[in-house]
Write a protein that binds this ligand. Sequence first.
Ligand code: G
Ligand code: G
Ligand code: MN
Ligand code: NA
Length: 250
Amino acid sequence: RMLCTQLAHAIENDELEVHYQVQKSLTDDSIRGYEALLRWTHPTLGPISPGVFIPLAEANGLIVELGEWVLRRACAKAAEWEEPHGIAVNLSAVQLAQPDLPGLIRTILHETGLAGRRLELELTETALVRDRARSLRIMGEIKALGVRVALDDFGTGYSSLETLRLFPIDRIKLDRSFVDELSGNETVTPFVAAVLALGRSLSIPVLAEGIETDAQLALLRSQACEEGQGYFLGRPGPPSLVFADSWSAR
Ligand code: G
Ligand code: G
Ligand code: MN
Ligand code: NA
């Protein structure tokens, strides 16, 4: 459609921006890093939700170009920060299927001077299990660069346990729908408790997404959830807003 054609020119027309959302340790409140989130401001329609344009870009292949742009921008930004703050970048299944994703990542790390250990790629289970053998091989090559892998939207896929059994995952991102369920509860819900226990027994830290209230945060802390992200801890925003006071907050 028309939106597709316009999205194809969004990069050269300077309509895209990368926003950043803080990820914090729930143990000591320190900043772990930031998630890069793509934003598109259409010249006449205004801001278009990534929930709308990312699927469009995946369907027509544009996500490859957009994804590369985000990765380069986000790594260049992260290279300006002090250690140990890292950057987390979402990767689409379509990008995972590209012939030389590890090569692209190596090039971008080299260009930006960012250490591999400071980059984390967020992948969904759905993306990983599309072609297990291939995903495993690519993940091996990515991890050889020192880059970490987070399992995004955990709990919403179809094969959570098998994904954790097969793939060397560095972090579980508990989907925000499960954090939503904590609202109005006095104790953590069974599913959240189970995922936290699973992470502990596998020695994989769990980051809870979509923390919007003090009460949700307190419940997650009471269960020793390692990390968190959400409006209550920090809204996604442009670098000028998000990093304005981040050094003192560190
Ligand atoms: O920011 P928001 O919650 O509206 O994002 C909606 C969806 O878009 C989320 O699933 C998020 O992971 C995805 N998304 C945001 N930025 C990127 C990106 O740079 N690449 C990919 N593949 N997905 C992104
Ligand atoms: O699929 P993914 O987890 O990458 O999606 C991240 C998206 O979630 C971001 O685009 C961001 O805008 C959104 N988000 C971040 N924090 C919150 C929150 O506290 N509540 C809600 N509803 N959405 C959030
Ligand atoms: Mn994500
Ligand atoms: Na997520």
